[in-house]
Design a protein around this ligand. Structure first.
Ligand code: FES
Length: 570
């Protein structure tokens, strides 16, 4: 009788009840009847897959902590490497321990293999299109075949952690053939010893950066046009298309989890003084967002000087005027995070002024679809956003540089000095070369609305995973890439990711232990990653001519026994 009552419950109620179950219980529930089977495999329950933790009996959904706790003791590769290195150890003393470790290791491999096989066979074919996160870190049972199937069946996967696994380039054939990883935001290949340039080429192809056969960057028509014209310093940015939906898309992007924490910090600030120049709580990116949000400030607020296109014009110093928040933005309240329609917002201006040499009159107003308005004051007639060709600024984030390039049609070089003596992009030519590439892929990606990126499915309509058309352009949305310990990676692999503007969203790059990379190759790649700052860049300490030499981070594998490093043992 009780069973009948449960069966009479509407599906919505059952789904709500099922939402409290862990994966193991869901699988058991799926064996009760057909209806329960359908509901238990509803895609909303299977967005995050943690097979490694499930094999250990941790059936909770949010298990990131467990991985970190146990990573050093239980990873296979570390165990094998230590075993190999410790050839001189006293065998009698360690024999018992090693036997127990091997037993435990074999048991875990069996458990994981079983769960992974079942997952690929019964679960992923039904829910693959809903899967967003796959965490295989430190997996002992993951094989190339399984990962290939994951790429094929999970076209919307955004997060993939393969830390310290035995996968090889073969597994990434799925990227090339199915484009399954074209929506990846986070890819962690730390400690994957068998990964070579071929994987990077496949990744590049998945993002639409390169041709799979040639492995070389495809240069679009407009790029060729730019290359030929760059000698004559012609503007190459076509703004009309790029500005479409710009603001809306940025809004969607900023709503992402990554920035939520920063927004929380901003919320806690004094609402009367939302922007405090130099406030330690706000980093550059957040400050820019805040500026755009409230129309307080423009991307040029930190510019220290502007050089115009006119050959005769001298360098004009522009000093930042102190912002009077209350006067400039009477209605700007920090809690109004992002206006939906920028045009309905108040017109608020921020002034750049050169008090020393020029009269304080407004020459030209500058506005962008991104929602901020900027007054150019104190500049002589003819000098303004339409004519500025070089911009010298200091301490701007990559995002700000990108905004400048996008909104100033005539500007083809931004010299962004990150400190008083060190120029962020080492050579002006690098910036000139990457200017066009900064904007095109970014704007192509931004044109796609959030809905287009994440097709939604109505309740109950469990679908066969979508196979993406290999010819369909992909978002270059990779934000996190770790190749720590992938010592076989070379400049060629990085170069394959540099085509068509490289990876415009990349904010974290770890190349610790990549000993075959040279400073020149790294510099070229990093110059294409416009959002990558030195604080999130890691590479070998022995590269003495790499990018951000003074401010980038060094190798992270110096003290690590399980990852490759050219200085291990020193
Ligand atoms: Fe060179 Fe670690 S790889 S210092």
């Amino acid at each position: 009788e009780e069973c009948l009552e449960i069966e009479q419950l509407p599906d919505e109620v059952l789904l709500n009840i099922f939402s409290y179950l862990n994966p193991q219980d869901l699988c058991r529930s799926a064996q009760v009847c057909r209806n329960w089977n359908k509901l238990a495999f509803h895609g909303s329950f299977w967005k995050n897959l943690y097979p490694v933790q499930w094999a250990k009996g941790h059936w909770d959904y949010h298990l990131g902590d467990y991985v970190e706790e146990e990573e050093e003791e239980e990873n296979v590769m570390g165990f094998l490497m230590v075993k190999r290195l410790d050839e001189d150890a006293d065998i009698d003393e360690s024999e018992g321990i090693e036997e127990r470790q091997e037993d435990s290791w074999a048991y875990q491999v069996r458990q994981e293999s079983q769960i992974l096989t079942d997952m690929i066979k019964y679960l992923v074919p039904r829910v693959g299109s809903f899967v967003r996160t796959c965490n295989f870190a430190y997996s002992k049972g993951l094989s190339n075949g399984i990962l290939y199937r994951i790429f094929s069946l999970c076209p919307n996967m955004e997060y993939l952690d393969l830390t310290q696994t035995r996968i090889t380039d073969l597994a990434f054939k799925g990227l090339e053939q199915r484009k399954g990883g074209c929506k990846l935001h986070h890819l962690d290949l730390s400690g994957c010893l068998y990964i070579t340039d071929r994987t990077l080429k496949r990744l590049a192809y998945s993002y639409g950066v390169t041709n799979p056969k040639s492995g070389h960057s495809e240069v679009s028509d407009s790029e060729r046009q730019y290359d030929s014209k760059s000698q004559q310093h012609q503007p190459v940015v076509e703004l009309s298309e790029e500005r479409t939906n710009d603001f809306h898309d940025k809004f969607e992007y900023w709503k992402s989890e990554k920035l939520q924490k920063q927004w929380d910090e901003i919320d806690s600030l004094d609402t009367k003084h939302p922007i405090v120049p130099g406030n330690k709580l706000l980093d550059n990116v957040t400050a820019l967002e805040l500026c755009v949000t409230n129309h307080v400030d423009g991307p040029l607020s930190h510019c220290s000087s502007v050089v115009t296109r006119s050959e005769s014009a001298d360098k004009i110093s522009v000093k930042q005027k102190e912002i009077d928040i209350e006067n400039c933005v009477p209605n700007a309240v920090i809690s109004e995070k992002m206006p939906i329609n920028a045009k309905e917002e108040q017109d608020t201006h921020f002034h750049l002024e050169d008090r020393a040499s020029l009269p304080g009159k407004t020459v030209r107003n500058f506005s962008s679809d991104a929602g901020f308005h900027l007054n150019w004051t104190s500049l002589p007639a003819g000098v303004g956003p339409d004519t500025a060709r070089y911009i010298h600024c200091q301490g701007l984030s990559s995002r700000m540089v990108q905004d400048i390039l996008k909104n100033l049609p005539s500007c083809d070089m931004v010299n962004n000095s990150t400190s008083g003596r060190h120029v962020g992009r080492k050579c002006c030519c690098d910036i000139e070369r990457t200017t066009r590439c900064h904007t095109k892929p970014m704007c192509d990606a931004l044109k796609k609305t959030n809905n287009e990126r994440e097709p939604r499915t109505e309740y109950g309509s469990q679908t066969v995973p979508q196979r993406l058309d290999p010819g369909q352009p992909c978002d270059c949305s990779l934000e996190f890439l770790s190749l720590s310990g992938c010592f076989q990676i070379t400049d060629e692999g990085l170069r394959s990711l540099s085509g068509r503007g490289g990876l415009p969203y990349l904010v974290h790059l770890d190349l610790s232990g990549c000993m075959k990379i040279t400073g020149g190759g790294l510099d070229e790649f990093v110059s294409r990653c416009i959002m990558l700052g030195p604080e999130n860049l890691f590479y070998c300490d022995n590269i003495l001519d790499g990018p951000y030499l003074d401010s980038a981070n060094g190798c992270q594998n110096l003290q690590c026994t399980s990852r490759v490093c050219c200085r291990s043992g020193e």
